[in-house]
Design a protein around this ligand. Structure first.
Ligand code: E4P
Length: 217
């Protein structure tokens, strides 16, 4: 399973990259605003800065909601850097845009996906990634992980090449369950990645090993 970090914070991206296990970054307009990145020029520059830190795919989201606008914006984003993946919202105009981008060799991430039907449309349009938001489904008392399982089953039935990018991951258990289900990618906060390393028995065991070493040296 690929690990993407879901942030526009350069320090956190650098920290995740330094672990050597980061495969990419996802951003969205809210994450950019959280870092105080505003204005088209600054936003575009920030995407390039992110691409220069990581080796993998970097999702950059369009803000247009009509086909022509999404195509214009998406082409501009794709021109920025070869690692850019154009993130397109799951609306009918977005499906048209994803098909257009697929036909023209531009990779896409279909975002704001909350149902199997939406995931089928994204795959049929040729999206590179589909992003079901599991945390936001959990927030409304709906099983987000179940959506990942259902999409996995449907995509496998038809050998769809679209990669399932489990998004809105909130914690380590989401990561582990996504891996068990067979999600292709997960994107979450830094804590959902670094938290996987934590176990009290590891800490206790290491403390003991180091103490025993000191006794004999
Ligand atoms: C996906 O690419 C989104 O940026 C993200 O995962 C949304 O997560 P949230 O529900 O924690 O905002």
């Amino acid at each position: 399973m690929k690990f993407f970090i879901d942030t526009a914070n350069l320090d956190q991206i650098k920290e995740a990259q330094s672990l050597g296990i980061l495969d990419g970054v996802t951003t969205n307009p809210s994450l950019m605003a959280k870092e105080g990145i505003t204005g088209r020029e600054n936003i575009l520059k920030h995407y390039v800065d992110i691409c220069n830190i990581v080796d993998g795919d970097v999702s950059a989201e369009v803000i247009s909601t009509d086909f022509e606008g999404m195509v214009k914006e998406g082409e501009e984003l794709a021109e920025l850097h070869p690692q850019i993946i154009v993130k397109v919202p799951m609306i009918l105009e977005g499906i048209k845009a994803i098909k257009h981008f697929a036909d023209n060799g531009i990779k896409t991430n279909c975002t704001l996906v909350f149902s199997v039907g939406q995931a089928i449309l994204a795959a049929k349009a040729g999206a590179t990634y589909v992003s079901p938001f599991i945390g936001r489904l959990d927030d409304i008392s709906t099983d987000g992980l179940n959506l990942i399982s259902e999409i996995r089953e449907v995509y496998d039935n038809y050998n769809f090449q679209t990669e399932i990018l489990a998004a809105s991951v909130r914690h380590t258990m989401h990561v582990i369950e996504c891996a068990k289900i067979g999600a292709d990618v997960m994107t979450g906060p830094l804590s959902s990645i670094t938290g996987l390393a934590k176990h009290p028995l590891t800490d206790i065991g290491l403390e003991k090993f180091l103490a025993d070493y000191k006794k004999g040296n």
